[in-house]
Design a protein around this ligand. Structure first.
Ligand SMILES: NC(=O)C1=CN([C@@H]2O[C@H](COP(=O)(O)OP(=O)(O)OC[C@H]3O[C@@H](n4cnc5c(N)ncnc54)[C@H](OP(=O)(O)O)[C@@H]3O)[C@@H](O)[C@H]2O)C=CC1
Ligand SMILES: N[C@@H](CCC(=O)N[C@@H](CSC=O)C(=O)NCC(=O)O)C(=O)O
Ligand SMILES: [Zn+2]
Ligand SMILES: [Zn+2]
Length: 382
């Protein structure tokens, strides 16, 4: 029986309270309104940012909500006026929308889009209402415009892209955030060139995806810095030339900054923070080469945190910038990333260290805190 135009009851993992496990329960998902798309989510991974918001450290975090933003699925139905996807399309949800019409989209300067960001940050659809309700009749908020921790979700049409149906969704879902963010940060935001020197702080999925982007571009040196020795082998597997563990590899009187400057004859062309730690962000800036080194902030820091350095670091030519979703325009660029993956140029499968059924989602959050996990992929059919 067709579900088009009807509310769907399905299983979701609801975040009722900061710092508490998710509640796996049946919820009701309304049909899509105009310019909205209802997706049957097939697979989702858990990103560090989901854990960050669940922890209560996200100033935009609101509860009760349906988290999740690294998901792939199949369009179940579309609202009036939707032309970019159709029922049956395989799709990836986009936490960075691309409307192609707003000031941001038309600027040619950024991948940030202004079309739905304000409502997205409040956990509601562009019309200010929600499509999720629990069985008590309470409204549940959306998250990052995606809410992939539900068997069905509703997103704005500007927040979804169709992909090659031959791409396996249990892997392509990682292009919804981690892999795209890191790879894009290297090849778009930084635009690393052949021979450049690169340092990556934090060897999670984001950091290791920067490593592979830097390798594709022919960087001469790719130094990974992580406190977890277990990340060393992975770093080399993705293309690092060096691995430094600041807790074991620094000599008396040496700092991570002085070591990196010494290793690279004055500092790096590009450094990236993928830890969300503001002290690491400072080190990453100060390890840049005088005159031209650029440090890219990707990690998400908790509410109230601030970055600092001596202004002289910038006066003398180092540049601090940031990157969201790797500077990638989701609707325009995703096809190319999927092709790169399918052609073997972009590693994605290698990040899937754990696979679980959806109902074990709280274990997937636990996985994130263990050094042996890059990504856990959840199968929403189980
Ligand atoms: N700007 C954007 O568009 C996006 C930002 N993010 C953010 O990027 C960051 C990375 O995400 P993800 O790769 O999923 O996260 P992970 O937690 O998988 O990776 C972070 C890595 O950094 C390591 N680390 C923590 N503290 C330090 C330190 N002081 N020095 C060196 N290494 C350290 C961690 O080690 P250990 O495991 O031992 O703690 C871990 O290996 C997160 O803050 C996330 O919220 C994610 C996606 C998009
Ligand atoms: N809500 C937080 C900021 C969270 C944040 O920085 N998100 C990243 C993506 S993290 C993905 O895993 C991002 O791209 N931000 C840009 C955006 O427009 O959201 C806060 O309020 O501090
Ligand atoms: Zn993410
Ligand atoms: Zn736009």
């Amino acid at each position: 029986m067709s579900t088009v135009g009807k509310a769907i009851t399905c299983t979701a993992a609801v975040a009722y309270e900061a710092g508490k496990p998710l509640t796996v329960e049946e919820i009701i998902v309304d049909p899509p309104k105009a310019h909205e798309v209802r997706i049957k989510v097939e697979y989702t991974a858990v990103c560090h940012t989901d854990a960050y918001t669940l922890s209560g450290k996200d100033p935009e975090g609101a509860f009760p909500s349906v988290l999740g933003h690294e998901g792939a699925g199949i369009v179940e139905s579309v609202g009036e006026g939707v032309t970019n996807v159709k029922p049956g399309d395989h799709v990836i949800a986009l936490y960075t929308a691309e409307c192609m019409k707003c000031k941001f989209c038309k600027s040619g300067k950024t991948n940030l889009c202004g079309a739905v960001r304000a409502t997205q940050g409040k956990g509601v659809m562009p019309d200010g209402t929600v499509r999720f309700h629990n069985k008590k009749g309470e409204d549940l908020l959306h998250f990052m415009g995606c809410s992939t921790f539900s068997q069905y979700t509703v997103v704005a049409d500007v927040s979804v892209v169709a992909i090659d149906p031959k791409a396996p969704m249990d892997r392509a879902c990682l292009l919804g955030c981690g892999v795209t963010t890191g790879y894009g940060a290297a090849i778009k935001t930084a635009n690393v060139q052949k021979g450049d020197t690169v340092a990556v702080f934090g060897a999670g999925t984001v950091g290791l995806s920067i490593v592979q982007g830097a390798k594709v571009r022919g960087a001469s040196r790719i130094i990974v810095i992580d406190l977890n020795q277990g990340k060393k082998d992975w770093s080399f597997q993705f293309g690092a030339t060096d691995f430094v563990n600041p807790s074991t590899d620094l000599k008396e009187g040496e700092t991570i900054v002085s070591k990196l400057i010494e290793m690279t004859d004055g500092g790096l062309d590009f450094t990236f923070d993928c830890t969300g730690n503001v002290h690491v962000m400072r080190d990453a800036l100060e390890a840049c080469h005088k005159g031209w080194g650029q440090s890219i902030i990707i990690g998400v820091a908790a509410a109230g945190e601030e970055i600092s350095t001596r202004p002289f670091q910038l006066v003398t030519g180092r540049v601090w910038k940031g990157s969201a979703f790797g500077g990638i325009k989701g609707r325009s660029d995703m096809g190319g990333l999927i092709s790169d993956y399918m052609n073997g140029k972009l590693k994605v499968d290698e990040f899937v260290t754990h696979e679980r059924k959806f109902t074990d989602i709280n274990e997937a959050f636990e996985d994130l805190h263990h050094g042996d996990c890059l990504r856990t992929v959840l199968d929403l059919s189980k």
